[in-house]
Design a protein. Structure first.
Length: 151
């Protein structure tokens, strides 16, 4: 779980850097503005897809397995799933901003909001579930438990 969260944190950093590169006139010397916009979309959409896929895998695969072996964690899992829904909403806002050609500050604002909720969520999830996961044999593959970002 920590490794997946680390990769998602790095993906968020890359998405932020892509916004800065796309909006820095000196960084695109010799590059086509369409190419820069495409890179921005790739990094930001890639981050969004990775984060959303991770959460969908947890909701559909990992959390039901944890609930079956540790029913006392039902309130924790419900809170984590609620966070997933909130982040999915925030991701939708970022994607709309990207496709509408929003400015750098707006895009950073979206990523800052996602990043703040994501970091709080990851810390709570790690505090609440790492010990449980260490003592529980997973019957799922890593991809089914944590999403495609594990590969």
């Amino acid at each position: 779980m920590r490794a997946v969260h680390g990769r998602l944190r790095r993906a968020l950093d890359l998405a932020r850097e892509s916004i800065d590169s796309a909006s820095d006139p000196e960084s695109d010397a010799g590059s086509d503005s369409g190419e820069i916009a495409a890179d921005l979309l790739i990094y930001c959409h890639g981050f969004c897809a990775a984060l959303d896929g991770h959460h969908r895998s947890e909701d559909k695969g990992l959390f039901p397995q944890i609930a079956a072996s540790s029913p006392e964690l039902a309130p924790v899992l419900a809170k984590l799933s609620q966070d997933h829904s909130m982040m999915a909403h925030l991701i939708g806002g970022l994607q709309k901003a990207l496709t509408s050609g929003a400015d750098r500050e707006t895009l950073h604002g979206h990523l800052d909001g996602i990043g703040a909720i994501m970091e709080s969520h990851f810390r709570y999830e790690e505090r609440s579930l790492l010990t449980v996961l260490d003592g529980m044999p997973l019957t799922l593959g890593r991809r089914d438990a944590f999403g495609a970002i594990v590969d």
